[in-house]
Design a protein around this ligand. Sequence first.
Ligand code: SF4
Length: 97
Amino acid sequence: MGIESISVAERLARNSYQTDEELSHIAINQELARITGTGKLLVAICPAGVYAEEADGTISAEYAACLECGTCLALAAPGALEWHYPRGGFGIEFREG
Ligand code: SF4
């Protein structure tokens, strides 16, 4: 049996998500995100494109798409981002390594 060659995007598309419709696991302190530059940083570094800068300059988070990699939490300025794993039974279900 040969090794299957597929792109990263194709591998990510094989994951499934159990979205917690009642509770986001991501909260942004908009003022601190703006003052510290964390908002623009989040938009730039998230591999899943969870964060977006809105027309009014605020940062939104499409938390359902989160890969739970923790990069945003590691790089955000203190207090600018609240991030925790989704509640049990929710979040991403990896299908590819
Ligand atoms: S944990 Fe990773 S995928 Fe999820 S929002 Fe943060 S950087 Fe994006």
